[in-house]
Write a protein that binds this ligand. Structure first.
Ligand code: TRP
Length: 426
C-alpha cells in the first residue's frame, strides 16, 4: 500500500522543499547583484508565467501516475524513462553539495553560541566533513521513517519554527540603526535594469531553483497524494516560498547596510561577511545562532525532498524496501559529497581553477538543472495527452485552469529554459 500525505502535511512538506538556501542565502544576494527592487518585479513575473504552470504540471503527473519520477515518465511513454533517471542523477548531484553547505550552517549555528567563527579556520578543520556526515545521517533517518511518520511529522514541526525564526530576525534587522538605507536599496526598483534580458533569465533560473522544479521532486511528492486541490496547493507553496525569500531580504539588507557593507558581495555573504557583522551587534551571537539555525532548517527540509526522489525511485522501480533504499542513497551521497565536503579544506580540491564545491554548484545548479527541466518538460508535454493532463490538474479544483496552460508548458517554458541553458553555457 502506498502511503499518503495528509492535506496539510503535503503542503508543508512541499513548502519545506521549496524554502531553503535558495531563499535565505541566494535570493538576497542575487537581488543585490541585479538592481535591487527591479529584480523583485522580474521574479514575481517569473513565478507567475513559469513557476506556477511547471509546479502544477509536476504535482499532477505525480498524482496521476502514482510513481517515482522514473516510473511516472515510463507510464507516459516507455522511451522517456531515461529522462527520469537523468532527473534522479541531477537531483542527487545537487544533494551531494547542498548537504555540505547544510552542514556548514549546522556547524555555524552550534559554534556561534560559543565563539566567533572564521570561515577559513573552520574549513581547515575536519568539521565540515563531520557536519556533512551528521546532516546526511539526520535526513537518512527521517526519510527512512517514511512519508507520514517521517517527512510529514518533521515538516509539521520545522516549518512553523522556521516562520517564527524569520519573523524574529526581521524584527531585529529592521530596528538596527540605518536599517532604512537597506530597505530603500531593497525596495527601490532600478526600472532601467528591466530592459536587460539577463535580469529576466536570472529571475526564471532563481524560480526554478527556489521552487524545487525540474528534477522530479514535485512529481515524487505528488505521487503520495490522495486527492487534493492542486492549483490551490501550488499557489500556497509559491506564496509561502516567495514570502520567505522577500522577508530574507528584509533581514540581509538592513544588516548589511547598517554596517556599511556592499550588498553585492556574492555567495560569501552568509559565511564570511555576516558572522563578522553579527559580532558587532547587541546580542549578536544569539541572533547569529538563530540565523544559521534558520538556514539549517530550510536546508534540511529541502535536502529531505531531494533524497526522497532517489528513495522513491529505488522503491518503485527496483522494488526495494524503504530501509534498503535509503541506505543505498546514503552510501551514494556520502561518496559523491566527499570531495565537496573537503573542497575548502587544506586539501583544496580544485577543478578548472574553481573549488570542487563551486564547480559542482555551477555544473549541477546552473547548467544541468535547467537542462534537466528542459528535457523533462519537453518529454512529458510531447507525449502526454493535453486533455488528460488538464483533467488531472483541475480534478479537485473549483476554479478551472484554462487550456492556455498547455501551449505555455509545451512551447513557452521549454524555449525560456533553452535560452537559460545557452546563457549559462556561453
Ligand atoms: N528549493 C530549495 C532551495 O531553495 C533547493 C532545492 C530543493 C532544489 N530541491 C531542489 C533545487 C531541486 C534544485 C532542484 O534552497
Amino acid at each position: 500500500m502506498r502511503e499518503h500525505w495528509s492535506k496539510l502535511g503535503f503542503i508543508l512538506a512541499s513548502i519545506g522543499s521549496a524554502i531553503g538556501l535558495g531563499n535565505i542565502w541566494r535570493f538576497p544576494y542575487i537581488v543585490g547583484e541585479n538592481g535591487g527592487g527591479a529584480f523583485l518585479i522580474a521574479y514575481i513575473v517569473a513565478i507567475i508565467i513559469f513557476g506556477f504552470p511547471l509546479m502544477i504540471m509536476e504535482f499532477s503527473i505525480g498524482e496521476k501516475f502514482k510513481g517515482s519520477v522514473v516510473t511516472s515518465l515510463k507510464k507516459i511513454h516507455p522511451k522517456i524513462k531515461y529522462l527520469g533517471f537523468f532527473a534522479v542523477f541531477v537531483c542527487l548531484g545537487i544533494l551531494s553539495y547542498y548537504l555540505v553547505i547544510a552542514g556548514w550552517t549546522l556547524a555555524y549555528s552550534v559554534f556561534s553560541i560559543f565563539t566567533q567563527i572564521d570561515f577559513t579556520d573552520f574549513t581547515n578543520t575536519l568539521y565540515p566533513l563531520a557536519m556533512f556526515f551528521i546532516t546526511l545521517l539526520i535526513i537518512t533517518f527521517i526519510v527512512r521513517t517514511g512519508i507520514k511518520k517521517g517527512i510529514e511529522r518533521v515538516c509539521n514541526v520545522l516549518l512553523p519554527t522556521l516562520f517564527i525564526l524569520v519573523i524574529l530576525l526581521v524584527i531585529k534587522a529592521v530596528t538596527l540603526p540605518n536599517a532604512i538605507e537597506g530597505i530603500r536599496f531593497y525596495l527601490t526598483p532600478d526600472i532601467s535594469s528591466l530592459v536587460n534580458p539577463r535580469i529576466w533569465l536570472m529571475a526564471i533560473a532563481q524560480a526554478l531553483f527556489s521552487l524545487s522544479l525540474g528534477t522530479g521532486i514535485l512529481i515524487t511528492y505528488g505521487s503520495y497524494l490522495k486527492k487534493t486541490n492542486i492549483p490551490k496547493s501550488s499557489l500556497i507553496v509559491i506564496i509561502s516560498d516567495t514570502l520567505i525569500a522577500v522577508l530574507a531580504g528584509f533581514i540581509i539588507f538592513p544588516i548589511v547596510f547598517s554596517f556599511g557593507i556592499n550588498p553585492a558581495t556574492g555567495p560569501q555573504l552568509a559565511f564570511v561577511t555576516l558572522p563578522k557583522i553579527f559580532s558587532f551587534m547587541a546580542f549578536g551571537h544569539f541572533f547569529e545562532t538563530i540565523f544559521f539555525l534558520l538556514l539549517f532548517i530550510g536546508a534540511l527540509t529541502s535536502a529531505i525532498s531531494m533524497m526522497e526522489v532517489g528513495t522513491t525511485t529505488l522503491i518503485d522501480e527496483f522494488k526495494l524496501n524503504r530501509k534498503k533504499a535509503t541506505l543505498i542513497i546514503l552510501g551514494i551521497i556520502f561518496i559523491a559529497g566527499l570531495p565537496s565536503a573537503l573542497s575548502y579544506s587544506s586539501f583544496n580540491f580544485t577543478v578548472f581553477g574553481k573549488t570542487f564545491l563551486d564547480m559542482m554548484d555551477h555544473l549541477f545548479g546552473d547548467i544541468l538543472l535547467p537542462i534537466c527541466a528542459l528535457i523533462m518538460t519537453t518529454g512529458i508535454m510531447w507525449f502526454i495527452k493535453p486533455k488528460a493532463l488538464l483533467e488531472e490538474i483541475n480534478k479537485g479544483s473549483k476554479i478551472k485552469i484554462p487550456y492556455f496552460i498547455i501551449p505555455v508548458l509545451k512551447y513557452l517554458i521549454p524555449v525560456l529554459l533553452l535560452v537559460i541553458v545557452l546563457m549559462e553555457l556561453f
